[in-house]
Design a protein around this ligand. Structure first.
Ligand code: COA
Length: 423
């Protein structure tokens, strides 16, 4: 099986999560990814939230599999020379340093384009160049807040009516995946033009792209004054912006997260159930939920009627779910054609045999540490299955990469002595 990106070389000056998630995906798809790390310390996540003192943190391991690592001080003239040589032989250069840092180092898009016109330049920043926050540094929650996710996530009333961030890395890994799309498109374009281009992905845009339906809701609210699919309808009040939606389904179908047996002690004993609008699907769900009378009762038997009695429906469905195990519910309702899913905890996901079988959860053998669990390559290609390999130890490939660039043992020894590469 030939890897889709076999023969593509990526110089990876990314760190933490957003950029590394992008370059890890490129590595899984077969690119050779050379990670440029700061001498002595490397990517800050190597040293974050350590579970075993003295070993690279899991945060680093889960985002840097299948890469090579060189320690290189890009602030020294020799370091700049080495980085320039690497870029001259590369298909992509990717960075997510703070705004202005790459330019300051002498590796702006313009400079890199001069060094190698075929090289595609990928960059992640918190915000676009035209943003008033263009020069602001950004981490995950900053992007979730500025991208519209936090204002629309959480509970719509009570003391927990506060902007809330998702557990999913909408600001970081999501931005990385958006950049992958841009880079792959740039690669296809280069096939036609022979020239690389600049691909810029802001974290704010990547989050906002996933909040498209919230902008839809804003427009509906401004046109009609209400959002019929939200809990406030028909009895509550709407303001001038989209409120937090709790656990409602994003479209106009009735979806909710219900308590199941054991909820008093297990915070994840919940199931999500969607009641479809179509009469046949609704009738089947009613039968499965032990409420066959709903299918013919005018109070419940049209989507518009149901929308006026959401609370009553939620209560009725929970009478069914609260006495049963979440997996048993999904088994029964799934067979009856009802869209539903269990709330799975990370404990359960880490032990899920089916996720391991399809290569989504994988065990990787890491030098020094032994096995660790990670999430593999989500897209499954019929022609290629990525092998998730260990993440590199800091500077593990420094010598090999320098030799490939034509440096002699004496050159490398001098670089070491001068702290241009590893100490
Ligand atoms: C993540 C972020 C907030 C961290 O900011 P930071 O603490 O200033 O760290 P940075 O790595 O960007 O920069 C630190 C310095 O290391 C330098 N550096 C990085 N790699 C280097 C190398 N190999 N050799 C020499 N210097 C290096 C940078 O040039 C910078 O120097 P400067 O401060 O003199 O300009 C910032 O990089 C950022 O906003 N990035 C863009 C958005 C993003 O991707 N955020 C999400 C991260 S998950």
């Amino acid at each position: 099986m030939t890897a889709p990106l076999q023969g593509i070389k990526v110089i990876d000056m990314t760190q933490v999560q957003s950029g590394p998630s992008c370059t890890q995906m490129l590595a899984w798809l077969g690119a050779e990814v050379i990670k440029i790390e700061r001498v002595g310390t490397g990517d800050p996540t190597r040293d974050e939230l350590l579970d075993i003192e003295g070993l690279d943190g899991l945060y680093f391991l889960q985002l840097n599999c299948n890469k090579r690592s060189i320690e290189l001080n890009a602030k020294t003239p020799e370091g700049k020379e080495i980085l320039t040589k690497l870029i001259e032989g590369a298909d992509m250069f990717v960075e997510n340093l703070h705004p202005g840092a790459a330019d300051e180092l002498g590796f702006s898009w313009e400079e890199v384009h001069k060094m190698n016109p075929r090289c595609i330049y990928g960059t992640i920043k918190g915000f676009n160049d035209d943003s008033p926050y263009a020069n602001v540094k950004a981490f995950e929650p900053v992007a979730q807040c500025a991208g519209g996710a936090a204002s629309t996530t959480g509970w719509w009333d009570g003391e927990y009516n506060v902007p809330t961030q998702s557990g999913a890395a909408l600001g970081d890994s999501n931005t990385g995946m958006h950049l992958v799309i841009g880079l792959l498109a740039a690669l296809l374009q280069r096939e036609k033009t022979g020239e690389g281009c600049f691909v810029q992905q802001s974290m704010q845009d990547a989050v906002l792209n996933l909040c498209r339906i919230k902008l839809r809701d804003q427009l509906i609210l401004e046109h009609t004054g209400v959002l019929k699919h939200l809990p406030e309808y028909p009895n509550g009040k709407f303001g001038n912006t989209v409120p937090r939606a709790g656990n409602v389904e994003g479209g106009q179908v009735l979806g909710w997260c219900y308590k199941c047996k054991g909820w008093e002690t297990d915070p994840n004993a919940y199931v999500y159930i969607v009641l479809q609008n179509e009469a046949k699907a609704f009738a089947e769900a009613c039968t499965a939920l032990g409420k066959p009378e709903w299918a013919t009762d005018p109070k419940f038997n049209t989507p518009a009627a149901r929308n006026l009695v959401k609370e009553e429906i939620y209560k009725g469905v929970e009478e069914y779910t609260i006495t049963k195990d979440k997996n048993e519910i999904v088994d029964v309702l799934g067979k009856a054609g009802v869209p539903c899913g269990p709330v799975l905890s990370m404990y359960e996901i880490a032990r899920d045999e089916s996720l391991r079988k399809c290569g989504t959860i994988v065990e990787v053998d890491q030098p020094k540490r032994g096995k660790f669990l990670t999430i593999g390559c989500p897209p499954k290609l019929s022609t290629f299955t990525p092998e998730v390999k260990a993440a590199p130890l800091l500077g593990a490939d420094t010598n090999a990469v320098l030799k490939e660039l034509g440096y002699s043992d004496a050159d490398i020894a001098k670089f070491r002595a001068d702290h241009v590469v590893c100490k």
